[in-house]
Design a protein around this ligand. Structure first.
Ligand SMILES: C[S@@+](CC[C@H](N)C(=O)[O-])C[C@H]1O[C@@H](n2cnc3c(N)ncnc32)[C@H](O)[C@@H]1O
Length: 233
């Protein structure tokens, strides 16, 4: 078996094989729903206009969409699942949904992202602005962090989700002691949130370039958290 609290640069299909049935209490996953930034021509203009740190991805792999085998394996190793992008996959999901309203106004990006959630049959809403420099709680929640770049999360990945989204998922759904699996780590927002909220985790990322960027991000964020914990009054 692989170790807990590790982030592995490997194909999640190989990684999941190394765990026994129902080992993880919760899998929070975000598989690719298109075949990668290379083919989509994603990097470049869009990233720059949003003032996101631009990284050169000459060797980025094209991404395979998740197969039925992936979902079988996911359900084998985890008791509960939250699957982002469920509306893009042919797999038959149960009724529970989480909708993340990105409060992104007139932007050309999707207004919301949708996840399947096996933990309830209803639809739950999380509002969190994620629109370039505009990040933070929305006006409807009482305040807005607008254009304050200092406080914003630096984006290292085109599909990066905010740490706050994972914080909300973990505090809403996970119980103390639960082990969390992320099969498609990307920027590692999920792992940083697990660390901050005291959950054990395992993460997989297949692309070596993204893996390195995400590992650096995890290391920096964890060092900051440990510093704050050591110096807390
Ligand atoms: C939609 S992104 C995840 C974004 C992530 N939730 C975030 O907040 O940054 C999907 C990621 O899965 C990775 N990936 C694709 N196929 C994979 C596989 N078979 N195993 C592990 N990672 C994979 C891609 O390289 C990409 O970084």
């Amino acid at each position: 078996m692989l170790e807990l609290n590790h982030f592995y640069n490997m194909d999640c299909m190989d990684g999941m094989k190394r765990f026994p049935e129902k080992y993880f209490e919760l899998a929070i996953v975000d598989p690719p729903y298109f075949d990668g930034p290379n083919k989509r021509g994603y990097y470049g203009k869009k990233i720059n206009t949003l003032n996101i740190r631009r990284v050169d991805y000459p060797k980025i792999q094209s991404w395979d969409l998740p197969t039925e085998k992936y979902f079988e394996e996911l359900v084998r190793v985890s008791k509960n699942q939250i699957v982002w992008g469920c509306n893009y996959f042919h797999h038959q999901f149960g009724p529970g949904r989480i909708v993340w309203d990105k409060c992104n106004g007139e932007s050309s990006f999707s207004d919301c992202e949708i996840a399947y959630c096996s933990l309830h049959d209803s639809v739950r809403l999380f509002r969190y602005m994620w629109n370039g420099m505009m990040q933070g709680k929305s006006i409807s929640e009482g305040w807005i962090q607008q254009g304050n770049k200092q406080k914003n999360e630096v984006r290292i990945h085109p599909c990066q989700k905010p740490i706050a989204l994972y914080d909300w998922i973990l505090t809403t759904y996970a119980k103390p002691g639960w082990k969390i699996l992320d099969t498609h780590v990307g920027s590692a927002s999920s792992l940083i949130s697990c660390f901050n909220n005291g959950f054990d985790y395992v993460g997989f990322e297949i692309d070596p370039v993204i893996y390195q960027l995400a590992s650096d991000r995890v290391e920096t964020m964890m060092a900051q958290q440990s510093f704050f914990r050591r110096n807390a009054f």
